[in-house]
Design a binder for this molecule. Structure first.
Ligand code: SAH
Length: 254
């Protein structure tokens, strides 16, 4: 009988394979079985050896290919059968990636695991769109929040805390709830002319950045048919975008 193998939870970064860490790329090149999510780019998967098993476990917010407990069970079973598992997640696994839940499941079952961090979408979005997420003249606090509510209900967020001054708020999974987010932030004290941007497909082909204000962004996103994956960036740092982006202030296709 073979011993228990380890699981490596790997952050795949925002999509561009050049934004993988060297450590993640090395782990991928030596992988034997890979469980990956829908946000992992095709180009990243190309690094896996041709004889490795690639298992798609999906998980778009609305259609879960495999439920979370099933994914954990599968990893546990593979590891106990002696097969090292590479669990690949978009961005960073510990930032809105349910990596924490999976690590918990593995720890409870006594399966050894390591975590390789990845660049999160917010970092790629800021860099590519020309929006520094912090800046001494604009924001001393940076908040990452989820715009996704349970079963499509309103996200459970502390709106007063999100509407504080001198702060940048980055919202993941917020395309569907953008009109509500914009309304709530204004109700809780931000002005409707607070600069706000939406960055779609950061670091991927077809990347776009739309810049407006909290008041105008919902209509802008609708007009331009913005689709996930996209991030909202809210706060005065967004006013630097026209100066810092190399291309047009509104639309930056690649
Ligand atoms: N763990 C990931 C986040 C997963 S949650 C990370 O650290 O980046 C999924 C959400 O992440 C998407 O709905 C979107 O809001 C954001 N996202 C992921 N990849 C993105 C990309 N390339 N461009 C813009 N947003 C992205």
């Amino acid at each position: 009988m073979s011993g228990v193998a380890a699981v490596t939870l790997v952050g795949a970064g925002p999509g561009d394979p050049e934004l993988l860490t060297v450590k993640a790329a090395n782990a991928l090149r030596h992988a034997s079985v890979v469980l990956y999510d829908h946000l992992v780019g095709e180009a990243v998967l190309q690094l896996v050896p041709p004889d490795a098993d690639l298992i798609y476990v999906g998980k778009e917010s609305s259609s879960h290919t495999m439920e979370q407990p099933t994914i954990i069970e599968l990893m546990v079973r593979l590891a106990r059968s002696g097969r090292p598992v590479l669990r690949l997640k978009g961005g960073d696994g510990y930032i809105f990636g349910r990596g924490g839940e999976e690590a918990e499941g593995l720890a409870r079952e006594g399966i050894p695991f390591t975590v390789i961090p990845g660049l999160s979408a917010a970092q790629a979005a800021g860099a590519n769109a020309g929006i520094p997420l912090t800046h001494r003249a604009h924001a001393a606090t940076l908040v990452f929040a989820t715009g996704h509510g349970r079963e499509d209900s309103e996200p459970e967020l502390d709106w007063d805390a999100l509407a504080r001054p001198r702060q940048t708020v980055v919202i993941y999974m917020g395309v569907g709830t953008l009109p509500l987010i914009s309304r709530r932030l204004v109700d809780h004290g931000l002005t409707a002319d607070t600069p706000a941007a939406i960055v779609e497909r950061a670091s991927l082909p077809g990347e776009r950045c739309l810049v407006g204000t909290l008041g105008t962004l919902p209509a802008l996103a609708r007009e331009h048919a913005v689709r996930p994956p996209a991030l909202l960036i809210i706060g005065s740092v967004v006013s630097l975008q026209p100066l810092l982006s190399a291309g047009s202030a509104v639309h930056r296709p690649r």
